[in-house]
Design a protein around this ligand. Structure first.
Ligand SMILES: Nc1nc2c(c(=O)[nH]1)N[C@@H](CN(C=O)c1ccc(C(=O)N[C@@H](CCC(=O)O)C(=O)O)cc1)CN2
Length: 288
């Protein structure tokens, strides 16, 4: 068996095409959505992701606001930029690119953001709304994964899903999305404290690998026909991405989200969705 590809590039392109029309509608009502990004330091991966986010904005007509600080920036200096974007009317939504340099209190930065402008869905109030099943911007990678599976007809309802990892952007929120009534999956979350990872993986219909450990998931860990989404990012000496999933998994899985080209483009597309939805909510509030 050779796995079918969960094509993030094509699915993201379709989402962006829909958003282009919605942004044009907003502009006709006098509202220009603007995405702000705060990038601290010179991590090449983060620089690339942020550049991609602004390229996407240009494609769909969203304005870009970019703030960059050196790796030596202090907590106070970063917080000052967060306050600035909270107040800037041209910035309708923004993100703080993660991870932040060592020594910076990431949670304090996220808490300081205006939850109404949180384009990542990572502000504690918005994560809390997700727990309470209230409307909120959804974390981009988990939402991108669900959209990608749906776009390819992969059954989520009733599926056994194993999420590997427990980070802020993917591992923590992913089970919250998957266990909503609209998805109705059964989720097992694995992490560095899991005793027998392979035993959990072998039962899974869907695997979301977000551990950041190169080639952690081997062909013998995967149930034939399962959908395997590789979200882990490690880089070799030349800077080439090494995912969490061993290439041999292609011969066992039914579906495979490649890395690159799978979940990454979906993360960026869902970010734009959050920005446009926030602007549409603002437009509706102004109209009523
Ligand atoms: N504030 C946030 N920080 C981070 C998030 C996030 O959702 N919000 N997620 C990740 C990184 N990330 C988004 O910022 C991200 C990862 C990957 C891609 C992407 O398009 N990847 C390409 C490959 C790019 C390359 O060659 O390096 C792909 O998969 O095809 C976009 C965004 C951590 N931080």
């Amino acid at each position: 068996m050779t796995a079918q590809i969960l094509d993030g590039k094509a699915t993201a392109a379709a989402i962006k095409s829909d958003l282009t029309a919605r942004v044009a509608d907003l502009k006709a009502q006098g509202i220009t959505p603007g995405l702000g990004t705060i990038l601290v330091g010179d991590d090449p991966g983060s620089q690339k992701y942020v550049a991609g986010k602004h390229r996407d904005c240009a494609q769909v007509g969203i304005a870009s606001i970019q703030r960059e600080l050196p790796a030596t920036a202090t907590q106070d200096e970063i917080e000052a930029v967060v306050r600035e974007l909270n107040e800037d009317p041209a910035c309708t939504g923004y993100i703080v690119q993660l991870p932040l340099p060592k020594g910076i209190d990431e949670n304090r930065i996220l808490e300081l953001m205006d939850p109404a402008k949180d384009a990542d869905g990572l502000h504690p109030m918005n994560l809390g709304r997700l727990v309470l099943n209230e409307p909120a911007p959804l974390p981009c990678t988990p939402n991108g994964i669900i959209t990608l599976l749906r776009a390819h007809g992969v059954e989520i309802r009733g599926a056994e899903v194993v999420v590997v990892g427990r980070g802020t952007t993917i591992g923590r929120p992913m089970p919250l999305l998957l266990t909503r009534k609209s998805e109705n999956a059964t989720v097992t979350q694995c992490h560095t404290g899991t005793r027998d990872l392979s035993a959990h993986l072998r039962r899974a219909d869907i695997i979301v690998a977000a551990a950041g450990v190169p080639h952690l998931i081997k062909p013998e860990d995967v149930k034939p026909g399962a959908a395997v989404l590789d979200v882990g990012v490690s880089r070799d000496e030349s800077g080439k991405i090494m995912g969490d999933v061993h290439p041999g998994v292609n011969e066992v899985a039914g579906w495979r989200a490649p890395n690159p080209g799978g979940v990454g483009p979906m993360t960026r597309a869902q970010l734009l969705v959050n920005v446009v939805e926030a602007a549409e909510r603002a437009a509706a509030a102004t109209a009523s």
